[in-house]
Design a protein around this ligand. Structure first.
Ligand code: GYE
Length: 316
């Protein structure tokens, strides 16, 4: 009798446990992600990678496009805190001005993951990890390639990205560090182009109006600005890739197409496919596993000569 009752209770417990796990399902992880914007081919690939990886893993993603405005990103982060998401991810458009909102997230005990871009914040406990590229090294790679191509002699114009953003600050730093050893390599003009094609074109027009035929080379902080600049150079009546040697960063498909046409000379890789690494970190944090403070992506460099062979293998 006693035994039968015990078996019944056990079966009941089993049914209840099963019922609860089948009915409600395991609690879905909810992630809020505040993206920079949609300024470039790199960014589009990055967004796609994050959205598709969330779907693949059955993670609920709240995605906000900040349209390159810090205020929009801060507003998005505050709304994620209010909605009590499990984890906040974001790519900070600029490096400074994040302390307050990050402290609010910490007070609400919501872990923050930085992707792609860094913040300039003394209190490192305000985020768990930064997943992204080494932008200083990308700048160095672009400079090393250009020094060799130009035999250490060039009047260079520089299209910088977004003012105050980590890739702009770091790429410039790495590039200047390398050319400092070559007195013949001079940056004669430098201006922000906001990482967009239209701004790249507009600023290159300015450079050409001011310096014209004196310009030997262009260093663009991303491919989109280089592609905009290529149009400006053609309108001006010079041959991009021949009269003005161009090196840029990202290695998006459009850069390979420009290289095959002979209009771009080299692109340094910056990998935007951060979705899998981002959600690995999300799942690790949720499971209480440790996550390294910095996760760096391995990258290469592609000169024009390899463009035709490499293009078919590019995923973005
Ligand atoms: O190089 C540029 C984008 O932060 C690495 O942002 C990213 C940069 C990328 O707009 O194309």
């Amino acid at each position: 009798m006693f035994k039968r009752k015990a078996v019944f209770l056990l079966a009941l417990a089993f049914v209840l446990a099963l019922g609860s796990s089948v009915g409600a399902g395991p609690k879905k992880i909810v992630v809020g992600f505040a993206q920079v914007g949609a300024e470039s081919g790199w960014r589009t690939a990055n967004t796609e990678s994050i959205i598709s990886e969330a779907k693949k893993r059955g993670i609920e993603l709240m995605f906000v496009d900040g349209q390159q405005q810090q205020a929009n990103q801060i507003k998005a982060i505050r709304s994620f805190i209010e909605q009590k998401v499990d984890i906040i991810g974001f790519s900070p458009v600029v490096t400074t001005g994040w302390e307050q909102v990050l402290r609010e997230a910490k007070r609400a005990q919501i872990p923050v993951i930085l992707t792609d871009r860094a913040v300039d914040c003394e209190d490192e406990s305000l985020w768990v990890t930064l997943i992204g590229s080494d932008f200083v090294e990308e700048g160095r790679r672009a400079a090393r390639w250009l020094v060799e191509k130009m035999n250490g002699q060039a009047n260079i114009v520089e299209l910088q990205g977004t003012i105050g953003s980590a890739p702009t600050i770091d790429r410039k730093k790495g590039f200047e560090e390398v050319i400092a050893a070559y007195p013949g390599m001079k940056i004669i003009r430098s201006k922000y182009g906001d990482f967009t094609r239209s701004k790249g074109k507009e600023v290159m027009e300015e450079f050409l109006r001011a310096e014209g035929n004196k310009i030997d080379a262009l260093f663009a902080h991303n491919d989109d600005m280089a592609i905009g600049a290529i149009q400006a150079i053609e309108y001006y009546g010079l041959r991009p890739g021949v009269d003005i040697i161009i090196v840029s960063i990202d290695a998006i498909r459009a850069a390979f197409e420009a290289m095959i046409e002979g209009k771009l000379n080299c692109t340094v890789e910056c990998n935007p496919l951060l979705g899998p690494l981002f959600f690995d970190a999300v799942e690790a944090i949720m499971a209480g596993r440790p996550v390294p403070k910095r996760i760096v992506i391995e990258e290469g460099i592609f000169p024009q000569e390899v463009a035709r062979d490499v293009l078919p293998t590019r995923r973005y």
